[in-house]
Design a protein around this ligand. Structure first.
Ligand SMILES: [Zn+2]
Length: 200
């Protein structure tokens, strides 16, 4: 198929294929559909992509997507600033927000500690977390990293790192099946896990 398509079209297909769940067939279908919409359709998408790239930056505080220094969640004064939920990625935050049960603040690490993949604590936003705790006013840090070896290692590292600051460090324990990533948990399981959190 791609042999007969113009190279610009092939490049776009290849970019889309980098997205999760998008294979060559789907990517080709997306691009051909865009072409059908004509120049306006393509330009609207192109402008939307350019705006994301130009305007959206990581929140200075939690690492979530923001269109200023701070994200909407960090700016929301109705959320409890004394509880921080630590998660690996943006998708985990979206999962938590979907259930709407957690009314504190977040801290996105940007991954988990992994000896295998050469990810040390210095590659994650752990120093930023320590700074937030050091700044005071935080009573509890819920470490909601994945229930796999890397997530557990990261959770224990965070507990050890935060020990000198006398903050309560908990982990959603109940109901999260071993090996699970937060992102893929259903709402009921995630809510139970959050409610049943224990001291780490
Ligand atoms: Zn934020």
């Amino acid at each position: 198929m791609s042999a007969v398509l113009p190279s610009a079209v092939v490049s776009l297909i290849n970019e889309l294929r980098k997205l999760p769940g998008v294979g060559e067939k789907t990517a080709t279908r997306y691009v051909l559909n865009l072409m059908l919409r004509g120049p306006e359709g393509v330009e609207a998408l192109s402008e939307a992509l350019a705006s994301v790239s130009a305007q959206v930056t990581p929140c200075r505080e939690c690492g979530f997507l923001a269109d200023g220094e701070l994200c909407v969640l960090c700016l929301d004064e109705l959320r409890d600033p004394s509880v921080i939920c630590v998660i690996e990625g943006i998708a985990d935050l979206v999962s938590f927000e979907k259930i709407g049960e957690f009314r504190g603040r977040y801290h996105i690490l940007g991954g988990a500690i992994s000896a295998l993949r050469g990810i040390g604590p210095d590659k994650l936003r752990i120093a930023e977390l320590v700074n937030r705790v050091k700044a005071g006013g935080i009573k509890e840090v819920i470490v909601a990293t994945s229930a796999d070896a890397e997530g557990e290692t990261t959770a224990l590292y965070i507990r050890k790192t935060l020990e000198p600051y006398g903050v309560r460090v908990t982990r959603p324990a109940t109901g999260i099946p071993m090996g699970s990533s937060i992102e893929f948990l259903d709402a009921v399981t995630l809510m139970r896990a959050l409610k049943g959190r224990k001291e780490l």
